[in-house]
Design a protein around this ligand. Sequence first.
Ligand code: SAM
Length: 531
Amino acid sequence: MSTPASGALGLRARVDRALGSMDDGTMGPRRRHYHHHHRRRHRRDDGRGRPRASRSVTVNEGASGTRGKNAEVTRYDDADIPRGVGSATREDLTRWLASNGLRAQKMTLESNLAEGRGLVATEEIKRGEALLGVDASCLITVERAIAEAKLGPRHAELQEWSVLATFLAQQAMALESGNAGTFGEYIRALPRRTGSVLDWPEDEVETLLKGSPSRLAAAERQESVNAAIAEIRSSFPDITEGALRWAFDILFSRLIRLDAMGGELALVPWADMLNHKPGCAAFIDLNGSAVNLTTDRAYAAGEQVWASYGQRPSSELLISYGFAPEVGENPDDEYSLTLGVDVNDPYAQAKADVLRRMGLSPVETFPLRLNGYPRQLLQYASFILCNPDKPSELEGLARTAFTGSANFGQSIFDSVRGLAQGQARGKQGVILGGVPGEIAVREMLADMCAEALSAYPNSLEKDKGIAEGRMPEFPGADAWTGVAPAAIRATQRSVSAARVRVSERRILAKTDSEVRLQLRKLKQKSLMSGM
Ligand SMILES: C[S@@+](CC[C@H](N)C(=O)[O-])C[C@H]1O[C@@H](n2cnc3c(N)ncnc32)[C@H](O)[C@@H]1O
């Protein structure tokens, strides 16, 4: 008989650094990737450019009290952003939208909101109403970008995101020479800055996100963008690094995944003025020949109309969009717990091979939420901890853990896919090793929660204090272009990051206490049955 090795001793969580997924940063419904990170290339799937060091800008103004005089305050300088960006007035944009067939709206664009610009109801709007009505001809899709930008055959080397970034950067640079192009007015109306992690000084990614799994996600995002920029510039050397960095920032904060178009990515003028509300269930999608938002609630005149950017935890909102909801406001908050086969396990290689054969990875990430965690996390943990007499038993054990049956006839794919997506409380899989196994995996989980909690440098009280701090709105800043004094941006980053840290720590503490309660019950049960 095989039982899991006791406790979590020696277990080391490792992280799959291979690929950060760009696909996570869109305004469409969230796509979850627990194991495979699929990167769609536009045409061919060949080698990628090497990451390149990003250019850091130093100015003589400390962005926060903790940093020195010459600290970086943003990742790139305003002079690096094409000059025409942000130069369109509200009237310019409105005129351009009308000339592109935007029908009369029940919403107006306002720019003095806490979220910057946003769409506000001008009359009563009912629940279930279809708003926006942006004609499909206004969408900037990959195909459209290729057609408009005349990128030539070299675009075939690029991934979809890079095609769009190249188009945006090229068009933004063309504004200066008066060659605006079809989307010139739209590009002139885009913000210069979004506050997303791509614009964060490197040291702040380290300090503000320390302890949080989002630190790695943020670093990966920056690295993947640096690599993409290097790759684009090897084909299009005239496009500046600053223009491309700005373009990626725009894509991460505004790109919409249109499910009705098979998940196609698009920039949708006007629709991209909607701000996100946690818990909102109104999505932007193509409906016939127009992009609509179907409201999930009624609005009175004067109220801001909200969309959902997908069910995203606050860490993801912070990384892609540069904001984090207040603690407790986001029902989709989660802590991404990463665990994997211990490299010191005598069967480490064999376990990794079995997992790979089943379509899983030797390192997996599972979501912990305030209301629980997937049972598949425990099933996976029981396999990585298992300690059979012979490695030949591992295959059967994995099948049992993930499908509930050691038989090869079992339909493995659905259950394994379910496991990797943290779905459906494991009807099929089992936790290996009976009650001792149930105890061992929970002990491991409790240890991991305690370890994760101790990784945050500040006391919880201190973090709560920062998270509850007043979020500076846009005093002295231009909400239209997103340009704010360095000190305001620094405070926004600091408060938002603290909100993420506190949200994650709440989830870890709740999981920890739940798991300890389960452990007490299980230990009692095993004591009773031993009597
Ligand atoms: C798709 S755009 C929405 C329009 C944007 N406010 C503008 O001025 O252009 C996404 C950006 O809006 C802001 N935003 C959206 N929802 C927000 C929220 N709930 N709180 C704060 N900022 C938000 C963030 O700056 C984000 O990067």
